[in-house]
Write a protein that binds this ligand. Structure first.
Ligand code: NAD
Length: 283
């Protein structure tokens, strides 16, 4: 039976360190680290995510600035808010909750955030930095995935990591981070032929697809570390991309859904914000 990687517990222990860092910042510079959270409209899932992020800020002593904008907010006004936050000396990190309503150009809005304040690590400058191995803000979910894998004590270097999914926010950056940890990385996606033939070779398997229980037990290499990023709601219940019941019989370690990757994503957001705050002071 696989050992469960407890994302909640890992997250709680990292948050203790982050709280100490946030306090050190406040004592050194006379104000709290600040994170601006911008939400436009009323997407149901976004409401929950934003609430969680603000609660997590409070927990570690980061000041949150919440902006709840109407569904019909104009792009001009949203960009003006981003500009204002870019210039606000109390704000160290800016997060614009995605998805944005269809009339707003997501790429344009994300590009407007100063890369140094890009708490989500989605800005093209940070994405490029990740690609080139330069210091940069790393996207939260992939950064959390690496922490979860490392928490097992297993070495990543030399392992075959298979990432299923190639989105800009999870799959691609996760593959880059695993590569920077010296894994041999395969990326699978919607056009991959015979997905199981790849997943069965994975020492580390990351599923970031968005299809309930796509990954069955017989698609997993015995002893693999399985990280399930999927969050698929069905009849009010949350399911991962991995069939947990089958996978836990084959894998050595596995993240549950909920309680695995999700809590780490929020924690990495706080880590990014606190690190940005210190980095800005160093100039
Ligand atoms: P996305 O829709 O942007 O990307 C999904 C990827 O899956 C695509 O690259 C696509 O090529 C691939 N794919 C689709 N069907 C496939 C198939 N049959 N076989 C192989 N690959 C296939 O999604 P995303 O934003 O990357 O999110 C993926 C999942 O992770 C979703 O369930 C999302 O809710 C969840 N998620 C969770 C967190 C968290 O913090 N826990 C954060 C982000 C996303």
């Amino acid at each position: 039976m696989a050992e469960i990687i407890d994302g909640k517990a890992l997250s709680a222990s990292i948050k203790e360190d982050l709280a100490a860092e946030a306090k050190r910042y406040e004592e050194s510079y006379g104000r709290k680290v600040g994170l601006a959270v911008v939400k436009v409209g009323h997407d149901g899932a976004s409401e929950v995510y934003v609430r969680n992020k603000i609660a997590a800020c409070e927990k570690v002593g980061v000041r949150s600035f919440a902006y709840e904008l109407p569904e019909d907010e104009s792009e001009e006004d949203l960009l003006a808010l981003v500009d204002k936050l870019n210039d606000d000396e109390e704000v160290d990190g800016i997060l614009v909750q995605l998805p944005l309503p269809a009339h707003l150009n997501e790429k344009k809005v994300l590009a407007r955030i100063r890369p140094e304040k890009d708490a989500d690590g989605f800005h093209v400058v940070n994405a490029g930095g990740l690609m080139l191995g330069l210091p940069c803000t790393k996207p939260c979910t992939p950064a959390g995935i690496i922490e979860l894998i490392k928490s097992t004590g297993a070495k990543i270097a030399g392992k075959h990591a298979v990432v299923v999914g190639r989105s800009n926010i999870v799959g691609k950056p996760c593959a880059m981070l695993l590569l920077s940890e010296n894994a041999t990385v395969t990326i699978c996606h919607s056009r991959t032929v015979d997905l199981a033939s790849y997943t069965r070779q994975a020492d580390i398997l990351v599923a970031a697809v968005g299809i309930k229980q796509l990954i069955k037990g017989d698609m997993i290499k015995p002893g693999a570390i399985v990280i399930d990023v999927g969050m698929n709601r069905d009849n009010g219940k949350l399911y991962g991309d991995v069939d947990f019941g089958e996978a836990e019989k084959v894998a050595s370690y596995i993240t549950p859904v909920p309680g695995g990757v999700g809590p780490m994503t929020v924690t990495m957001l706080l880590k990014n914000t606190i690190e940005s705050a210190f980095r800005c002071r160093k100039g």
